[in-house]
Design a protein around this ligand. Sequence first.
Ligand code: AMP
Ligand code: FE
Ligand code: FE
Ligand code: ZN
Length: 295
Amino acid sequence: MTFPRIDLHLHSTCSDGVESPTRVMEVAHAQGVNVVSLTDHDTTSGWDEARDACARLGMTWVPGIEFSASLEGDSVHLLGYLVDPTFPDLVEEAGKTRDDRVWRFESMVSKISADFPALTLEFVLTFHTEGGTLGRPTIARALLDLGVVGSVSEAFDEILAPDNDKYFVGHYAPTIERAIEVVLAAGGVPVFAHPWTAERASLARPGLSDQEIDAKFGALVDRGLAGLEVHHSENTPFGRERLAAIAAHYNLIVTGSSDYHGDGMKPVLPGEHTTDPDMFERIAALGTGSDIVRA
Ligand code: AMP
Ligand code: FE
Ligand code: FE
Ligand code: ZN
């Protein structure tokens, strides 16, 4: 048996990635990854295509979704593995988020175009793939094309940053407690995605003691949170250490992933961070809403 190399967090054109589910699986395969999950934001529409590609490439397929959520006013993400994609509350919450993103996208584009008139809605939409998520990555690519920024990441750090009140607009998302509840009810395994980034150290507000921060994670564990995505390029080095300690304290599943969004997007490739096989087997044992297809 080949040694498992497990990347459980990848995006395609079904949300805000720039490559098809098939292409994402091919890139993962080329990087030596052999257990994958496609975790598009607020949708499972890429599953069938990704599952077929995995079968063809000899990779183990793990169904996943990344829910947009809110936590103390911050935008955060919750991964849901092995959910039932037809579960009504899941379909409804994901649909509400996707719908509200349309209005939010148009208002961000209109605010930015007041200063950068070339950024018309029509122009930005040329960077959108039908069926995908309307979001900041689309606007970032348009800004890059116009030469306003030198890279997609620069657009995120400056013009599109959440603390840039001039341009940033939020969108509807369920609370993380609600998202955990929905993932569990759909038979899934809820894992807090990149919980400790510089952009949103949501539970680690300045002035909180270590014990207070631990207790905030503990409150989510009480709601059924099953894991933490510790190994992720956007978690700060300090955050990774603290998250590993919190996971050990509450006996949580620890995952690691690339969060690949396609060529030219985040500067990562599939397999950049990986999940340990024993942690993957804990996810496999807990989830009941959909099936892993093992290679
Ligand atoms: P939004 O959901 O519209 O607020 O945009 C946030 C999304 O942008 C998240 O899914 C991130 O994964 C993605 N993102 C953040 N930084 C980057 C980057 N440098 N390149 C591509 N996508 C990014
Ligand atoms: Fe994304
Ligand atoms: Fe995310
Ligand atoms: Zn993601």
